[in-house]
Ligand binder design. Structure first.
Ligand SMILES: O=C(O)CCC(=O)C(=O)O
Length: 260
């Protein structure tokens, strides 16, 4: 099975790989788990940088929920995080699923506290008349296990038109038949269709479960975070043209655009 790279408007991403297995998982199950972009030898550095960011974040950038704490904008938190949203297989998944020009909407840290309950099963965005609208990624700063709140997915649910009323109301903490846990070693990445039913499970472990999560959306859609407005000069100075394009910080002329 081939990825439909020719369907992507932006040929800048040609040559980026997404395995046939990952393509099939995304199409049929709505999610896949792939190796992330951070070599094992660099994971300790990233983990320490994560903790430093969380400890020093401006309270305005922190959102404490009933089970997780989020710290927004991991574009401007240091170069060690840049490769997460630039991981070629994630961009290739966006080409495949969103299938039109896209940009980064959000990228934040999400720490699931120890002993805290499962999240409601939910979709991030529903499919609309034009197709799928969002691709999410979850980078595992810690290993995701069945005891520490690994994200659960209901395989194939992005293809279903019927949504149970509890899910529509945002009250679905119970196990769902056929749900699977997305487990993996630290450094793994979950890539998912924003329309698949998912949510973190209960964290029964004695330590938090840390992650960095992002969302890509259609280029013209409203952003979850105004990342272009938050861009720091030092971030802009280190980013290449693809990153600037994906952040809508600067236009990038793709070969398909320039031929128009
Ligand atoms: O943290 C997780 O495992 C899932 C997060 C999630 O479902 C979401 O942000 O929509």
């Amino acid at each position: 099975m081939r990825c439909k790279s020719q369907d992507c408007t932006y040929t800048i991403m040609d040559g980026f790989e997404l395995s046939a297995d990952a393509c099939r998982n995304l199409d049929e199950a709505g999610f896949t788990i792939i190796p992330g972009p951070v070599p094992t030898k660099d994971l300790a550095e990233l983990s320490a940088a994560y903790d430093a960011v969380i400890s020093n974040a401006d309270p305005d950038d922190v959102k404490v929920g009933s089970s997780t704490t989020r710290v927004r904008d991991f574009v401007n938190r240091g170069p060690v995080f840049d490769r997460l949203y630039l991981h070629p297989p994630v961009l290739k998944a966006c080409c495949r699923i969103i299938n039109e020009p896209f940009r980064l909407s959000t990228i934040h840290a999400r720490t699931l506290g120890q002993g805290l309950p499962a999240q409601n099963l939910h979709v991030d965005f529903e499919r609309d008349a034009h197709g799928w609208t969002m691709v999410g990624f979850i980078f595992m700063v810690d290993e995701f296990r069945n005891d520490n709140g690994a994200t659960r997915f209901v395989p194939g649910s992005h293809l279903w038109s019927v949504v149970p009323p509890e899910l529509a109301l945002g009250e679905f903490k119970a196990d769902y038949p056929g749900q699977v846990l997305a487990c993996g070693p630290a450094g793994s990445m979950i890539v998912f269709n924003g329309s698949v039913w998912h949510g973190h499970t209960v964290n029964r472990a004695h330590e938090p479960r840390r992650s960095i999560q992002g969302a890509y959306i259609r280029r013209g859609a409203g952003l979850g975070e105004n990342l272009p407005a938050r861009m720091l000069p030092e971030t802009l100075s280190r980013l290449g043209p693809l990153a600037k394009y994906l952040l809508a910080a600067e236009p990038l002329q793709s070969s398909s655009e320039s031929s128009r």
